[in-house]
Design a binder for this molecule. Sequence first.
Ligand code: ADP
Ligand code: MG
Length: 325
Amino acid sequence: MEFDLIELIRARTAQPRGDVALGIGDDAALLNLPAGQQLVACTDTLVEGVHFPRGTAPQDLGWKSLAVNLSDLAAMGATPAWAMLALTLPHADQRFVEAFAEGFAQLARTHAVALVGGDTTRGPLSVTVSAFGFVPENRALLRSGARVNDAVFVTGTLGDAAAALRLMRDSGLGARDSINEQARAELQSRLNRPEPRIAAGLALRDVASACIDVSDGLLADLGHLCVASGAGALIEADALPFSSAMFALFNSEERRAFALGGGDDYELCFTASVDRADRLSADFARLGFGALRIGRIVAEPGVRVRDAHGNTVETSRRGWQHFAS
Ligand code: ADP
Ligand code: MG
């Protein structure tokens, strides 16, 4: 049965790449590395009930388990190439695996990622994907390069996935049952089908001083970038980017809490020197992605958020923890 499932996954995710000398089927994969490039490797586990709600569609889970890894590659400025999949399933459920592989393959095809191996075991539903990519030697984007006065940017919009989770939890409580269904669907799709910002990461190789992907909320992840860079950040609350769906369904206080503490955004937060930043803001369209300037790097450690009147926005755990996913 396990072998049927592996064969099913292999068939559904087939993606030809010249650098895969030996893919699924032997004890390990054999992969050819391009000359002059460094291998960029990452892994992420998604556990049911912890990282995704029970009842998540298998197609969405397949997509997302790859997406969260490609997002890490994007944050390093890497070009994705290969992935591995360790799948733990309560039952040998062929329809689940088919649907999962379909969602996985949809995103893998978009980025020409070949699934080259993995493991299939029985147990509580959990998915571990590893992803591998390339970056020219010494050109990777790191968390540690931000300097005082650098401008802080973020791609896309923040808080959408956390807002979707909130709507799921509220549904049935009557609170927001009669809401704008299109806006709800847009937020839901940001939760289930995050788009890894690969193109942005590649464009940022020559531009950003530091970069991180936002998976645990802006405050937490920008905080990591700041610690790695030995600095802090000052964020303008009114500059935070929100989707129209977010504007349609949540007030400014809720939006702010989702953006700062929510998580599951899979946008890139990056820094650039001020002289670069001024030109950059105009250049983003040419570079092929959208990003907004939301603040700057400061010497004082920690991430501080300020409102339009210059007052510090309360970001203690108490303030936003209940919005966290
Ligand atoms: P082994 O016992 O040597 O680990 P397995 O039966 O686990 O062999 O795997 C056989 C082949 O199938 C290997 O090439 C492995 O990488 C691949 N494989 C197993 N499970 C998966 C999976 N979920 N996704 C992709 N490849 C898999
Ligand atoms: Mg094995």
